[in-house]
Write a protein that binds this ligand. Structure first.
Ligand code: ZN
Length: 165
């Protein structure tokens, strides 16, 4: 059986069905520009019409050609990642705000945010050891405070009294 030629328009429609967002190409050398759960992906061609495909779109194209579906929505990926992270932290700390101990209805609650104890802008890693769950209010309050300031805020919110050694 002869392999049918790749149909770019059908692939674009498939990408949209899978939740990816098509973006207008920015030059004649781009034959496809699309935002997926892996970020913005671009397929280029050169003057000899040789194409360069980024790895995530190679994978997507293989799924498309096999007639499979993928979940490519940028939002979907972000939500899934956030939920997974919240669950990991909650398994350690419980599902409440690390500062004020406000509880949440569930890991998908819109009130749940992830707080970097050492702020990313100060070189704080995305590692679990640097992350706590915070409610929106507390997250906004502590902003780019130092860790010791954050701990002091937590102690005050939880009503811990300072004890002299
Ligand atoms: Zn809070």
């Amino acid at each position: 059986m002869k392999k049918s030629a790749f149909n770019l328009d059908a692939f674009k429609a498939w990408l949209t069905d899978c939740g990816a967002v098509l973006i207008a190409p920015t030059s004649q050398w781009e034959i496809l520009r699309v935002q997926t759960c892996d970020g913005v992906q671009v397929v280029y061609r050169n003057a000899k019409d040789v194409q360069t495909w980024p790895e995530p779109l190679v994978v997507a194209r293989e799924a498309f050609e096999r007639g499979n579906r993928m979940s490519l929505s940028p939002d979907m990926r972000a939500r899934k990642k956030l939920r997974h992270l919240v669950e990991e932290i909650a398994a350690r700390d419980g599902l409440w705000c690390w500062f004020c101990e406000a509880g949440f209805l569930g890991p998908d609650s819109g009130e749940v945010t992830i707080e970097h104890l050492v702020a990313k802008s100060h070189g704080g890693p995305d590692h679990l050891s640097n992350l706590v769950i915070a409610c929106k209010g507390c997250n906004g309050l502590v902003g780019h405070m130092s860790v010791s300031e954050k701990v002091a805020i937590r102690d005050r919110k939880r009503g811990y009294a300072a004890v002299a050694a």
